[in-house]
Design a protein around this ligand. Structure first.
Ligand code: SAM
Ligand code: SF4
Length: 346
């Protein structure tokens, strides 16, 4: 039971009965909620080796996260993805998930899911399945123990593989997300796809995005998925399929493996016209575009004692100003936005 279980259904004509539509007519139905900036790994493209994490007081409490998520659901959000940092390292994470799952049971929410690095999935998979989670995205860039240790600065790939197996055993659908890295895993991509499809998992390839200052020069690691696709097509048959998620991924079916491959190309394709999503950082800042600096401070609204109606009005204001599109440009060798992916939530 949470303080919101007995929240009255929205009155007709109230702020919450009209959908959340931005200034360009796009309806927002998908919230990516970062629940922590902390992580047990330090992926080279995501974090600096020595990160300074936020003081606890700046991070939304579990109750605040629940309240904001519930306000979004009241405004028509149908899908919530929990992310981070690493969501499964946040203390009390399962309490938040169990609490939010009441919206699945009521039918107000179609899907509650999470993106995880998988290191703690073996421990949590059964509880996640019991709470109504049906799918998880697991980030995995290599199956090679040594390379995994290098890319994550100390992680053990065996733990992730154990987590993926536990998720499958618990009945969760798993999608593997792989960042394509020119030097590190380019040659391994076919093996990763073969492994994922062999296990019955979709795999999505992601291009590196210029987010936040890190030590390495990321243009060295940028690998165009157009190039990867041409390489895969030299030995496999890739059939276009209609599957879309409202996000930047395009999907193909590989005839030889029978599995589905997603390609996320934020740098080489424009997907902004159909964007249905917004992001909330773990400090309560609403970002309506991953590649722009626009921001609405919902934590300030909440901590000033806002009513649910006032909170919803603040969300509407933020969404109304959602930019038309992003502005990533790898050639500039500068992060398009200064914030790290781990703060925004990938
Ligand atoms: N820790 C969880 C994980 O790794 O899945 C969730 C958060 S992580 C920031 C979400 C996703 O963002 C991961 O799939 C990660 O590979 C991706 N990511 C992080 N930094 C990125 C970057 N600069 N470019 C592209 N993808 C990035
Ligand atoms: Fe952690 Fe995920 Fe970032 Fe890797 S990508 S450092 S696992 S938050």
């Amino acid at each position: 039971m949470t303080p919101y279980d007995d929240m009255a259904p929205p009155a007709k004509g109230s702020a919450s009965t009209t959908p959340l539509v931005d200034g360009f007519g796009r309806t927002v139905t998908y919230l990516r909620l970062s629940v922590t900036d902390r992580c047990d790994l330090r992926c080279v493209y995501c974090m600096a080796e020595h990160m300074t994490f936020l003081p606890k007081a700046e991070v939304l409490s579990l109750e605040e996260l629940d309240r904001i998520a519930t306000a979004f659901i009241g405004l028509g959000t149908r899908k919530i993805r929990l992310t981070g940092g690493e969501p499964l390292v946040r203390k009390g994470m399962m309490d938040l998930i169990r609490s939010l799952s009441r919206h699945l049971r009521s039918g107000a929410l179609d899907e509650l899911t999470l993106t995880t690095n998988g290191t703690r999935l073996a421990e949590f998979a059964p509880q996640l399945a019991a709470a109504g989670i049906r799918r998880v995205n697991v980030s995995l860039d290599t199956l090679k123990p040594d390379l995994f240790r290098t890319l994550t600065r100390g992680g053990q790939v065996a733990k992730v593989l154990e987590g993926v197996a536990a998720a499958k055993a618990a009945g969760l659908a798993v999608k593997i997300n792989t960042v394509a890295l020119k030097q590190d895993n380019a040659a391994e991509i076919p093996d990763l796809i073969r492994w994922a499809h062999g296990e019955g998992h979709d795999l999505t390839l992601i291009e590196t995005m210029p987010m936040g200052e890190i030590e390495a020069d990321r243009t060295d690691q940028y690998l165009s998925l157009g190039e990867v696709r041409r390489e895969l097509e030299s030995f496999w048959t890739l059939d276009e399929i209609a599957h879309r998620t409202g996000g930047p991924a395009r999907y193909v079916r590989i005839a030889e493996t029978g599995g589905r491959l997603g390609l996320i190309t934020p740098l080489s394709h424009n997907f902004c016209e159909s964007c249905n999503r917004v992001r909330l950082t773990c400090t309560g800042t609403l970002h309506t575009c991953l590649g722009q600096e626009d921001a609405t401070d919902l934590r300030a609204v909440l901590r000033a004692g806002a009513t649910d109606a006032e909170l919803m009005a603040a969300i509407r204001g933020g969404v109304d100003a959602k930019p038309k599109g992003h502005d990533f440009e790898i050639a500039r060798r500068q992060p398009a936005v200064a914030r790290h992916m781990s703060t925004t939530g990938g």
